[in-house]
Write a protein that binds this ligand. Structure first.
Ligand SMILES: Cc1cc2nc3c(=O)[nH]c(=O)nc-3n(C[C@H](O)[C@H](O)[C@H](O)COP(=O)(O)O)c2cc1C
Ligand code: SF4
Ligand code: SF4
Length: 434
């Protein structure tokens, strides 16, 4: 079985699966059970400053988006940071770290954006013997209105400033957790790096309203007739998170900065994808909240089996392997020509591909007698829509036309060599051919 032990910023953990800062890591009881269930590390539920803890709403704090089978696809929350006293959390963290020295324990922190607040809390976190800290510059609700969370994460200068304070008053790894509620994720990541961050983690939750109650005309979850935007997470956010991760992994100013990947990770495959895009480890929240702690067993088993199959002996063997293949549109090979192919034996004759292509794509699927659906190569632009809407996996596939054959749609012979938009004759900005 492949070795899943991970070294992230010098922090060792038995596997790359950490629980993200959230209800699963809210207290000692949860974290002990999580470690016993097999999680490699936890980022403790975000700590606030000394004094009276924050107060959560007493009505519903979550909302959800479902698939047709009521599988939870997206979760929205209006929960704040920990609502338990700082002292209680610190005592519990100290006990847990002592009893689980080989598991990663990170303290997530959100205190006011002034040096004194950070200087006050950091020595106390050091005393817990936590392996590092994660700066919560991400939460988009409740705390941001008080000048914390994403209110800091949206201003690169603040990120850099607070990170510098943390590096000054804390001598273990500092991870900066980024908000996705920003236009260009590379800017806050670069600011974290400039401030001396050891790593970034992303994404925190995305601003969202999951639904409107059409009887009361109030956003859901509804608290006494009113609702407020919350933070969106779960499987639905994974594509957004992976795109942001990849931008940091390949960004000129951020390349090489270690990344902890977060956002919709539910299976070992999700985790492997984030890691291939450059994440040294991953963090999970919604999947644990939906299925319980034991979901990690399947994650570990699956990742390990896949690594065995591929001949990877350590996670470091595949971390970042997909990064060189992430490129900008103008560098995609325009000589890569494909056509849709329908497997008639697999087809259940539902007609979805026909409706989609006929009404909204290129009228490239013919419906013949007996509901036999066939691709018309002369019309097919290879958009992939039929593949995406077909309910039968692998029933429609895209087949590459060999070099030297003629594309019946364009009448042009398919060329073997790579050619992209930067040199295309239709591009007014095309570089002159050398
Ligand atoms: C109910 C809830 C509470 C959360 N609280 C925190 C928090 O206190 N600190 C924090 O950094 N992130 C918090 N998060 C965000 C998660 O740590 C994570 O970044 C986000 O949920 C995306 O991961 P996921 O798709 O696996 O859930 C919270 C998420 C949820 C659902
Ligand atoms: S790939 Fe696009 S154009 Fe071709 S058959 Fe499918 S939907 Fe139509
Ligand atoms: S969508 Fe798929 S299953 Fe349905 S008719 Fe088209 S090829 Fe057949």
């Amino acid at each position: 079985m492949a070795d899943l032990t991970t070294d992230f910023l010098g922090i060792k953990s038995p596997n790359p699966f950490w629980l993200a800062s959230a209800p699963p890591t809210d207290k000692e009881y949860n974290v002990r059970r999580a470690f016993d269930a097999g999680w490699g590390g936890v980022v403790w539920k975000t700590l606030g400053a000394e004094g009276p803890p924050v107060v959560n709403v007493n009505g519903p704090r979550y909302g959800a988006i479902y698939g047709a089978d009521r599988r939870l696809l997206g979760l929205n929350n209006i929960e704040l940071i920990t609502d338990r006293p700082l002292e209680t959390n610190l005592e519990e963290m100290t006990r847990v770290k002592k009893d689980y020295p080989d598991h990663a324990l990170i303290a997530s922190i959100m205190v006011p954006c002034d040096e004194e607040s950070w200087r006050a809390i950091l020595p106390r976190v050091t005393e817990t013997n936590a392996d590092g800290i994660e700066l919560n510059f991400g939460c988009p609700h409740g705390m941001s209105e008080r000048g914390m969370g994403s209110a800091v994460g949206q201003v690169p200068e603040y990120i850099q400033m607070v990170t510098e304070w943390c590096k000054k008053y804390y001598d273990r790894p500092v991870i900066v957790k980024l908000t996705p509620n920003i236009t260009d994720i590379r800017k806050p990541a670069a600011a974290a790096k400039a401030g001396g961050a050891d790593a970034v983690s992303l994404i925190n939750t995305i601003n969202s309203i999951t639904g409107v109650d059409l009887d009361n005309f109030a956003p859901m979850p509804t608290i006494d007739g009113k609702g407020s935007h919350g933070g969106y997470c779960g499987p639905a956010v994974k594509p957004i998170a992976m795109s942001m991760v990849s931008e940091i992994a390949r960004g000129e100013d951020t390349r090489g900065l270690p990344i902890s990947g977060i956002g919709g990770i539910t299976t070992w495959r999700d985790a492997a994808e984030f890691m291939a895009l450059g994440c040294g480890n991953v963090q999970v929240c919604t999947a644990a909240m939906t299925y319980g702690f034991r979901i990690v067993e399947e994650m570990k088993r699956g990742l390990s089996a896949w690594m065995d199959e591929k001949g990877y002996t350590s996670t470091a063997d595949f971390v970042g392997k997909a990064v060189p293949n992430v490129t900008d549109w103008q560098y995609l090979n325009l000589n890569y020509v494909t056509k849709a192919r329908i497997d008639q034996d697999a087809c259940i004759k539902c007609g979805r591909c026909y409706a989609a292509c006929e009404d909204t794509s290129h009228q490239a699927i013919a419906m013949k007698e007996g509901r036999v659906f066939e691709v018309i190569d002369e019309e097919c632009v290879a958009c992939n829509l039929c593949v995406d809407v077909c309910p039968v996996e692998d029933c429609i596939t895209m087949e590459r036309l060999a070099a030297g054959t003629t594309d019946p749609r364009t009448g042009k012979v398919v060329q073997d060599e790579y050619a992209n938009w930067t040199t295309h004759p239709n591009n007014p900005m095309a570089k002159a051919a050398e």
